[in-house]
Design a protein around this ligand. Structure first.
Ligand SMILES: N[C@@H](CCC(=O)N[C@@H](CS)C(=O)NCC(=O)O)C(=O)O
Length: 210
């Protein structure tokens, strides 16, 4: 399998970490969505990352679809999410909040990099959405006293929450206030201390498209 995309993307990184935890062997092509758009287009017309090229050459985009595909490969006993019930619903709720905040954070970065002058009302809207989602995620994380959101085992929700927090901290320090969100800060620190998070990582650097 080939995982396309750079690990400074919270979406690409969550896939790389899940694949590593599943013990899957894959090639990593750290192509940039903008700079390497033509290369990505050979596999996906969307030119977005992550894109995962499977062994039968089928390419899947969007991290939720990729993660679902990986979970089907390992089966329900090994999947990093409850197969059903309230834990699955809560994991999905948290994943949707973190992914939504990540989408809006990426939009804020693009607004800064791609426009000569940012559109004020859009920036204000994205910031309030990110900030509201972070508040909800702080509450969700503070409700679990365990190592991770659903006990002692790390889940897809934990992984995405951590990859998003690192991205938010590095790409948007003015929006992410660590001091007022101690449960998120502790979560990020615990996750980033793991060998797999250190191996599957890349500091955030934005290269404006030319
Ligand atoms: N919902 C997608 C979001 C992926 C995403 O936003 N990828 C960004 C990089 S972080 C991208 O490909 N941007 C280029 C574009 O959207 O054209 C997922 O979960 O994979």
């Amino acid at each position: 399998m080939i995982l396309i995309g750079q690990y400074d993307s919270p979406f690409v990184r969550r896939v790389g970490i899940a694949m590593t935890l599943y013990g899957m062997v894959f090639d990593h092509q750290p192509w940039s969505a903008f700079g390497d758009g033509e290369k990505i287009a050979r596999y996906s017309p969307l030119r977005r990352v992550p894109t995962l090229v499977l062994d039968d050459s089928v390419a899947i985009s969007d991290s939720w679809a990729i993660i679902d595909t990986l979970d089907q490969m390992v089966g329900p006993d090994r999947a990093l999410i409850a197969p059903s019930g309230t834990d699955r619903r809560e994991a999905m709720r948290i994943i949707a909040l973190a992914a939504g905040a990540a989408d809006k954070s990426v939009a804020l970065v693009y607004e800064r990099v791609l426009r000569n002058e940012a559109l004020g009302m859009w920036v204000a809207r994205c910031r309030s959405q990110v900030s509201g989602a972070l508040d909800a995620l702080e509450i969700a994380r503070s409700q679990s006293a365990a190592s991770w959101l659903f006990g002692d085992g790390i889940s897809h929700a934990d992984i995405l929450l951590a990859t998003y927090l690192r991205f938010a901290r590095e790409a948007l320090p003015e929006v992410f206030d660590l001091a007022t969100r101690p449960a998120l800060a502790a979560h990020s620190e615990r996750a980033e201390g793991l060998a797999v998070f250190q191996a599957i990582s890349q500091p955030f650097v934005i290269n404006p498209p030319t």
